[in-house]
Structures are given as structure tokens and as C-alpha cells.
Design a protein around this ligand. Structure first.
Ligand code: GRG
Length: 293
């Protein structure tokens, strides 16, 4: 099976899982459930759940055990996008090729949709099964950390506070590590934990996730200036308008491309202890490096 087919298979599995597990869009109160479905099924790449399931697959062929966690990380990711697009944050009209949640449902419902998806994530995670090494509490604590004021929210706070300011590469790295890489790394860790990874396997996959997560955001910075809004499904050129520090702004376009490449090579290296079992994760990292949206 090609890596594209592999990706599609995992994407279909997570979409089916989410459709089955969330309240139906018609259930009362319909507005909030419709809004949750609208953003969740707007056409995201499903990178985080696919990584979660592929990490589980690298440890144990029964990767389906990671579906509650894969669904949970996509709910947290989608909540963060809805809130990030609000007028009080990045103020964006376009996401996943469609009008943003607040453009369709209004700001109040968009805030609540993000809140509902965040809580839904924990409800899903709580249905995961324990393994010999990890309890359900371990899984929920990992998910909680990924979305916390020490990770996702820390990155968003630093991003807001540094808008329009000149910052150093290490400050930029802090933003990207927290805003983007932490949830990506936790998605991988959660998949591995659901499949009962050994401490050594978990450590290797954590390193992989951190490098891949950072590479992903460096590439995102590059795409923001090299692609059109149509290609991205979100507003292009946003970083320049918002005077955001980015890798291309600090290192130049070529320097940023080299950095994305360096981080991806580092990610490949981290997978060495897992041997052939990690080939799908390596292929996903390679697709990420050459992605166009
Ligand atoms: C509002 C709590 C809160 C956090 C916001 C994640 C985030 C922090 C903001 C979203 C905007 C942004 C630029 C995030 C960086 C991570 C990123 C590149 C998100 C887009 O991820 P993709 O490309 O999106 O995987 P799809 O739509 O494919 O799922």
C-alpha cells in the first residue's frame, strides 16, 4: 500500500470513529452540534490523528486501540483553530477552505464550539483502554498537558505577546515548540502509549514528534508566503500582515527551507531504534516536508 493510501485508510477510520462518537448534528441543542460537525468535517488533513494511529501501528498491529486518542487530538486541534480564528485572536475568515466558525455561527457559538470540542476530547480519551504500562489516567494526563498553559496555550500566549516585536530565534522556537510541536508530539506519544510502547520506544517517538512538529511549523511559515489562500484553504500572507516573527523572516526563505530539512533529517534519525516498524512514520515526515498546503 502506498503511503497516500495508508494515510487515507487512517483518515477514514478516524472520521468514522468521530462521526460515531460525537452527538449527531441534529441532537439538541442542534446549533452547537451542527457547528462542531461543521469545523470537524471541514476537510482538515488529519495529520495529528494519522500520526497517532501510525505511532500505535509502529508498536502493535492492533492500531485501532488508539482511535479514542486519535479522535481526541483532532478535537483539541479543531478547537484551537476555531478559537485562533476569532476576531479577538488572529481574526480570520477562511479555514479548511470554508468560512470560519464565527462567520457562520457568530462569535458566541464559535467560542462555545471550541469549548465543546475541548471537553469532547476528554470524553473520548476516557473511553480508551488501559495497557500493561499505561493507565487511562496517564493517557488523559498526556492529553491535558498537550493543550495546557505549559504547551499549546503557552505558545499562543507568546505568539500574541510578541506580535509586531523583533524576537530572537530561540524565542521563535519556543513559540513553535509549544503552539504546534507539543500537540503533534503528544499525538504520537498517545498512539504509542495506547499500544503499550516500552519506555525506550516512547522516548524515540517523543524525539521524533518534537522534531517533526517543529519542522511542520517551519514549513507552515514557508507556505504562508509561497502559496495562495486557495492552495492553503486559509488566508495566505497572514504572518506578514500581522507582523509575526517567522522562520523565513528570521532566516530568509532558503535558510528556513534548510532548517525544515535539517529538522526532518533529525526526525528520521530518532526513528532508528524502532527499525523497519517505523517506516510509515518516516514516510509521513517525508510527505510533510514536500507538502503544498
Ligand atoms: C487558541 C488555545 C488556542 C491555541 C491556538 C494551534 C493554534 C494555537 C493556533 C492555530 C493557528 C496556527 C497557525 C497554528 C499552528 C499550527 C498549525 C500550522 C495549524 C494548522 O494545522 P494543519 O495544517 O491544519 O494540520 P488542518 O486544517 O489540515 O487540520
Amino acid at each position: 500500500m502506498s503511503i497516500r493510501e495508508y494515510w487515507k485508510l487512517k483518515q477514514v477510520a478516524v472520521d468514522r470513529y468521530l462521526k460515531k462518537s460525537l452527538p449527531s448534528p441534529k441532537s439538541k441543542p442542534a446549533t452547537i452540534h451542527e457547528a462542531m460537525h461543521y469545523s470537524l468535517f471541514a476537510g482538515g488533513k488529519r495529520l495529528r490523528p494519522v500520526l497517532c494511529l501510525a505511532a500505535a501501528d509502529a508498536i502493535d498491529p492492533h492500531w485501532e486501540v488508539a482511535l479514542p486518542l486519535a479522535g481526541a487530538v483532532e478535537c483539541i486541534h479543531t478547537y484551537s483553530l476555531i478559537h485562533d480564528d476569532l476576531p479577538c485572536m488572529d481574526d480570520d475568515d477562511l479555514r479548511r477552505g470554508k468560512p470560519t466558525s464565527h462567520k457562520i455561527y457568530g462569535e458566541g457559538i464559535a467560542v462555545l464550539t471550541g469549548d465543546a470540542l475541548l471537553n469532547q476530547a476528554y470524553q473520548l480519551a476516557a473511553t480508551a483502554s488501559r495497557t500493561k504500562r499505561y493507565s487511562v489516567a496517564d493517557l488523559v494526563a498526556e492529553l491535558g498537558y498537550a493543550g495546557s498553559s505549559k504547551a499549546l496555550i503557552a505558545g499562543q500566549v507568546a505568539d500574541i505577546e510578541n506580535e509586531g516585536k523583533k524576537i530572537t530565534l530561540s524565542q521563535l522556537r519556543y513559540i513553535h515548540q509549544n503552539k504546534t510541536a507539543a500537540l503533534i508530539a503528544s499525538s504520537i506519544r498517545l498512539g504509542a502509549m495506547a499500544a503499550n510502547a516500552t519506555p525506550r520506544q516512547l522516548e524515540a517517538l517523543t524525539d521524533f514528534g518534537q522534531s517533526l512538529g517543529l519542522a511542520f511549523q517551519v514549513i507552515d511559515d514557508i507556505l504562508d508566503i509561497t502559496q495562495t489562500s486557495e492552495q492553503l484553504g486559509k488566508s495566505a500572507g497572514k504572518d506578514l500582515t500581522a507582523e509575526k516573527a517567522t522562520y523565513p523572516a528570521l532566516l530568509g526563505l532558503d535558510g528556513a527551507k534548510k532548517e525544515a530539512n535539517r529538522l526532518t533529517q533529525k526526525a528520521y534519525q530518532s526513528l532508528k531504534p524502532l527499525g523497519k516498524k517505523a517506516s510509515r512514520l518516516e514516510q509521513i515526515a517525508s510527505i510533510m516536508l514536500s507538502r503544498e498546503n
